[in-house]
Design a protein around this ligand. Sequence first.
Ligand SMILES: *[C@@H]1O[C@H](CO)[C@@H](O)[C@H](O)[C@H]1NC(C)=O
Ligand SMILES: *[C@@H]1O[C@H](CO)[C@@H](O)[C@H](O)[C@H]1NC(C)=O
Ligand SMILES: *[C@@H]1O[C@H](CO)[C@@H](O)[C@H](O)[C@H]1NC(C)=O
Length: 318
Amino acid sequence: MMYTTNLLLLLAFTGSAVAAFPTKLIYQSPTGVFLENIAIRPSSKLLITSAQLPTLFTLDPNAASATLNEIYTFPNSTSLTGIVEYRPDVYAIVASELNLTAISAPPGSVVIWSVDLTSGSPVARPAARIPQSTLTNGLSSVPGHPDLVLAADSDLGAAYEVNMRTGAVRVKTQDPALAAGAPAPPALGINGLHVRDGSLYFTNTQQGTFARVPLRGGTVEVLGDLKPFGLSGGYDDFAFDVEGRAWVATHPGTLQLFTPLANGTWVQETAVGDPAGSMVVNVPTAAAFGRKGSRKTKILYVTTETGQIVAVDTGAKA
Ligand SMILES: *[C@@H]1O[C@H](CO)[C@@H](O)[C@H](O)[C@H]1NC(C)=O
Ligand SMILES: *[C@@H]1O[C@H](CO)[C@@H](O)[C@H](O)[C@H]1NC(C)=O
Ligand SMILES: *[C@@H]1O[C@H](CO)[C@@H](O)[C@H](O)[C@H]1NC(C)=O
């Protein structure tokens, strides 16, 4: 297996905070379909959503020539966004009639589905509806609460708590830090969100921030900002590694790595790609770590708007 090393990038950015991690393109959609989000099954197979299709796909990252295979197509939907495993091998998935030109879905079209893959064939059911939402984006599980997921509303600047068993939906957090701060759509506020150690971590695409807020409520703390770093574009979804670092898919062409320091500050560096744009991760949308074995948990799988699935070896630094 050959990994491409971003040597040129390393040379071009010597002196600034740039690390280059080896990458490998494991799939390129022949039609360049917009891949939106990703989850990894206990078997280590990938689950992939597309914002352009109402179909959940799977891909075996270890296949010699990986292909996207259909798992389930959702009725009354044109688009899928967030996906998260909320019980072992059972997933919450956002389906809607998202119009990618308007970057908006008709109110009433957003449904959070549950897809159970524990038996031989997928068992899907609409679990909850968010009638007021015109763009429900990322999803997070809630450790210790196997019926709950959190869902990001990029237009209304809110995080919802969704009960996958009862269908109950309530606003968990709504704050200017989650809003776009500009007319939405097309501006997007909160995009990816993940619960870790009692905090809700999230990105805000329009505001260019990576931030957290205590789950029980409290003040939003901004941990990273695109603007002082000199990056245009926006943060999308992200994944935490076992060391507590966050790997953030960042438009147009990087993974930004946030590392917490002992004194409570976070440092940001470009881990993969080029802040000016990159074919290596060409408009990355989401990331998730491999499963099964210490080696595989170092592999980060990244989806992109241009139909790429890229494996990043986060255990090796070029
Ligand atoms: C899809 O829409 C049709 C027509 O509105 C409706 O009868 C049906 O129940 C919907 N299906 C689901 C799964 O929501
Ligand atoms: C999507 O949005 C665009 C821009 O608002 C609009 O022109 C187009 O008709 C919409 N498409 C559908 C299928 O509604
Ligand atoms: C935190 O530690 C880093 C690395 O030692 C240092 O550069 C930074 O200035 C410190 N920040 C604060 C607020 O103490």
